[in-house]
Design a protein around this ligand. Sequence first.
Ligand SMILES: Nc1ncnc2c1ncn2[C@@H]1O[C@H](COP(=O)(O)OP(=O)(O)OP(=O)(O)O)[C@@H](O)[C@H]1O
Ligand SMILES: [Mg+2]
Length: 434
Amino acid sequence: MKNQNNNYQFNIEKFYKNYLKGPRIFNNRDALESSYIPEDLPHRDSQIKNIAEKTACALLGDTPPSFLCYGMTGTGKTATIRYVSQKLAQQSSRIKPWWIYINCNVVSTPYRILAHIYNTISRSEKIPPTGLPKDIIFKKLLGLLDSKVGNSICFLVLDEIDILVGKKGGNEILYDLTRLNENLDNCKTSIIGISNKLKFRETLDPRIISSLGEEHIVFPSYDASELRDILTERAKIAFQEGVLKEEVIPLCAALAAKEHGDARKALQLLRKAGELAERAQNKQVTAKHVENAQGDLENDYIIEYIKGMPFQAQLVLTSLYLILKFSPEHIIISGDIYDVYSEIRGLLPGIRQLTKRRISDYINELTLAGIISAEVKSMGHYGRTKIIKLDIEIELLEKCLLEIDKIKIILNHKPVLIQSDKIKLKNNIFKKLV
Ligand SMILES: Nc1ncnc2c1ncn2[C@@H]1O[C@H](COP(=O)(O)OP(=O)(O)OP(=O)(O)O)[C@@H](O)[C@H]1O
Ligand SMILES: [Mg+2]
């Protein structure tokens, strides 16, 4: 349909009508969300048993040991702890344990962790987001634990605990938390730390290891056949019967198994494949949808990565983009990036000039992230330089850069390096006479 300006206009009413008339793919798509807690966790029996054994004494009001859970990302650590906490709550009629769940990536400073624990238990009197001295909060917290949690157990789950330990004051607060019980009269606490950094234990203060690190539970990565079982269970809830072609689950499982057996990745692939089928109004999800989903997810990852980089690194990448945009065949050396970077930095007010060395560090980081590749070439008499290539589609890079406001405005700037009517001599730009 055309509007007054003769442009085609999206007909949203028609779109919704067609959508409702189209084939049904999902039954309950929330079952593929990572926050969904499934009825069963296949291939996590030994971890569930181990945690159940450690925490069971809480049902009698005794203090369970603190412990750590390790495993790569997507190996079911968070899901298993949440699962066990639910089951334990169902069994406790007399003494109800408390579970305070803290994601140290979100609640990220020692002060905020204490405030979060306090505020979650109290539900009424709030600790302000900043300002109180630590010993005062501690005193208040001890009082609250004894009065409100009483004779019960309070589990403090510190998810992504490695992030806390990497922060200023992190080791100290962890130490204080492991020693809470020494200062409590009624209530008892138990710490459950979760981490996907396998070497994280080595970074802990020895005093903490003695009260936290001695007991630990390992979550090994899933292989393709385990991922298949996990996906099959979730797919039964998430999809309409018969919509998944036979090859879909094995393919999602195999692709995720290649990347260290990440169940989150496998579920995302399955969900995205379903969404692509739905969008195309197909009746079934096929291997083709999975392949396309894989491409989309990789792009999503790249977009997120670039948008999350420091602004200076984004400028380095923009320099590469501008050279390629205006001269796709240009052989780019690190000196080119430096020149264009300096030029565009000058267009933006208040941005500090980076040294060549810092720029070289960013080039290395971008190489490690798989966004560019850099090959060191000997230039004989002139020493060595890096030849830099973009390893992602330039359209994808443009899409990312367009979403960064400060950069969006310089994306049509043609670098002097490329302008054929200008030459550069000792940092001065001259117009060519011929
Ligand atoms: N054994 C399993 N059965 C069913 N679903 C699972 C299983 N293991 C993991 N999952 C699912 O995979 C997703 C990722 O799991 P989870 O969040 O527990 O991983 P994690 O080990 O905590 O990862 P990270 O270290 O990145 O936090 C969740 O949706 C979870 O429900
Ligand atoms: Mg987790």
